[in-house]
Design a protein around this ligand. Structure first.
Ligand code: FES
Length: 573
């Protein structure tokens, strides 16, 4: 019996010999391609987030050329297309506001075009989840390629990490431990090559998540951007996506619940960013997997952190790559992973990581002597966060993981900035800093402002950490005892909105609790007096606040949850 190959989508555009077929072929081939270069070949869309406004992705045109080589070698026809790029350092009010918009761009660009398989070029923080979400809603055979981290920053003979070094040095300037001139000199020393932040920030975390999910070739996450092995991986990925189309290996065969559980465990083992929580919840939502905050706590709770990388540790991504990268970490925790999970190369995760070596035990520790114990992201609940809040214990101060303190409340990030260094601000290191209205609706877009800098007068005492609570996110490169993603958020009337100066707050990470010592009756009275903040009146921001889900659900737009597949839309001529 002959097995009929699945019909490819692109044949609906290119196979017909009528007027419509003429239009599709003639315009596609006008760069001078011979007709047989498209006839009968899988069409591979290369989804590119290159932009000079996204410096972390500025080398993606070169990377795309290597993908094209691979696609052509394997008998496919590559067509590169741009989607909205999200530059973490430039985009205001926050790149996260546009993650869902970019994902819609990706989804509709794939579905509306003659594409059989997709290569995602992803780098700067939000570009990875945006592309994964959009592609997942279509479900075609898809392979991810990360742009790779920058080379280590080098400043005055020492390594400095992007993001982490900025937070650290700016606090040193405010505390009088570093001059403004030294601070300015570091600008050119920190970010000195192509690639994304080279700490285990959100970009490196999400690249590792893509690899742990099985959505990239092994080793993808850590190869530095300027290392030519990155180009080689791009070319091999180009070859592989053509085979994936022939095998009809769609995303739903790879993005299973087991794959997400693997990713949660790997996130703990690498000391990954808290941002992975909202992004993985959103990606899972696009493929109909009911991943929850409780899964994060249950699966990640007892996981050790093995990777000694900033912001939790010492080293940087370049060191991580030379030490063995994500495959070495996964091999170390292989007994905790679903080894049968399928990956894009057609092999199982277990096959991919078999014998993956570790070359430097100072960078990647063994499971027997981990870098930190119990390092999984912890989910807190209580009357201050009925739907949950997130903390990264590996980046927190151990003496603050159980703490009771007096709330010092800031109604907005501007209120915080205006008052934090005011000498008359009634605050000491035992207080709990509370920041409101920075969640999905409140900012809008859930900005990375949760790691509030400490008051100058406290820094000058040599104190570097305090308990901080907000409905915001924090940069994956940041650190501290910072409670984030408090849900429901203040701007929609969550309990966070009802905290007053002087209220006592209890944090107990081992008990997973976050409690406001205010009676239910008093909270009800405050709620009755609460006034919602103004919301955006028009444009995408209006659409966003009308439809965004809360952080504990992944902050996706409600109408984007789930998938629509990639049926061929009706003809347009
Ligand atoms: Fe792009 Fe950090 S600014 S990854």
């Amino acid at each position: 019996m002959t097995i009929q190959k699945p019909r490819r989508r692109s044949q609906a555009w290119f196979e017909k010999q009528d007027r419509d077929g003429f239009v599709h072929r003639s315009w596609t081939l006008k760069a001078g391609h011979p007709q047989d270069e498209v006839d009968g070949r899988p069409i591979i869309g290369i989804c590119n987030t290159w932009s000079e406004l996204t410096p972390c992705n500025s080398h993606f045109r070169e990377l795309a050329e290597f993908v094209k080589r691979g696609v052509l070698e394997a008998g496919g026809f590559p067509l590169e297309f741009p989607v909205m790029s999200l530059g973490e350092t430039q985009l205001r009010p926050t790149a996260m506001l546009f993650r869902n918009l970019a994902s819609m761009d990706v989804e509709e660009s794939i579905r509306g075009n003659p594409i059989d398989g997709v290569v995602l070029l992803m780098g700067c923080d939000k570009t990875t989840p945006a592309l994964m979400m959009g592609a997942a809603s279509c479900g075609l055979p898809t392979i991810g390629i990360s742009g790779g981290p920058m080379l280590n920053g080098k400043f005055r003979g020492k390594d400095i990490g992007s993001g982490t070094g900025v937070w650290m040095m700016s606090e040193m300037v405010r505390g009088g431990l570093m001059t403004q001139q030294e601070f300015s000199e570091a600008e050119a020393c920190m970010n000195r090559s192509a690639g994304h932040c080279m700490t285990m920030g959100t970009a490196s975390t999400m690249a590792s998540m893509v690899e742990a999910l099985g959505m990239s070739l092994p080793g993808n996450a850590a190869i530095p951007a300027p290392d030519t092995r990155r180009n080689r991986l791009a070319q091999l990925s180009g070859r592989r996506i053509v085979q994936m189309v022939e095998e009809d290996l769609g995303m739903d065969k790879i993005l299973t619940r087991e794959a997400f559980e693997n990713a949660i465990r790997v996130n703990a083992a690498i000391g990954g960013s808290t941002n992975a929580v909202v992004h993985l919840l959103a990606i899972a939502g696009r493929v109909g997997i009911d991943l929850t905050l409780e899964d994060w706590d249950r699966i990640g709770k007892d996981m050790p952190c093995l990777v000694n990388l900033q912001p939790s540790g010492h080293y940087l991504m370049e060191d991580f790559y030379y030490a063995g990268g994500v495959p070495a970490v996964m091999n170390e925790i292989r007994h905790l992973l679903h080894l049968n999970a399928l990956t894009v190369n057609g092999r199982t995760l277990g096959q991919n990581i078999e014998d993956a070596p570790c070359y430097n035990r100072d960078v990647i520790k063994s499971i027997d002597q981990p870098f930190k114990e119990n390092a999984g992201i912890a989910i807190l609940k209580g009357n201050l966060a009925p739907d949950g809040a997130v903390i990264k214990p590996s980046a927190a101060s151990s003496h603050l993981l159980k703490h009771r303190g007096r709330a010092v409340v800031f109604e907005s990030i501007e209120d915080f900035r205006n008052r934090i260094d005011d000498p008359v601000l009634d605050i000491d290191e035992s207080c709990v800093m509370v920041l409101k209205n920075c969640g999905p609706c409140g900012y809008p877009g859930m900005a990375e402002v949760g790691n509030m800098p400490l008051p100058k007068k406290i820094l000058e005492k040599g104190i570097t950490d305090m308990v901080r609570i907000s409905d915001a996110r924090m940069s994956g490169t940041a650190y501290g005892t910072v409670v984030l993603h408090t849900s429901p958020e203040a701007a929609i009337g969550g309990p966070l909105a009802l905290v007053h100066d002087g209220d006592m707050v209890q944090l107990d990470v081992s008990e997973r609790s976050l409690h406001l010592e205010v009676s239910d009756e008093e909270l009800q009275r405050r709620k009755a007096e609460w006034m919602p903040p103004p919301m955006p009146a028009r444009g995408y921001a209006r659409l966003y606040v009308d439809h965004v889900q809360q952080a504990h659900l992944g902050a996706d737009l409600d109408f984007l949850v789930g998938k629509s597949g990639a049926p061929v839309p009706r003809e347009s001529h």
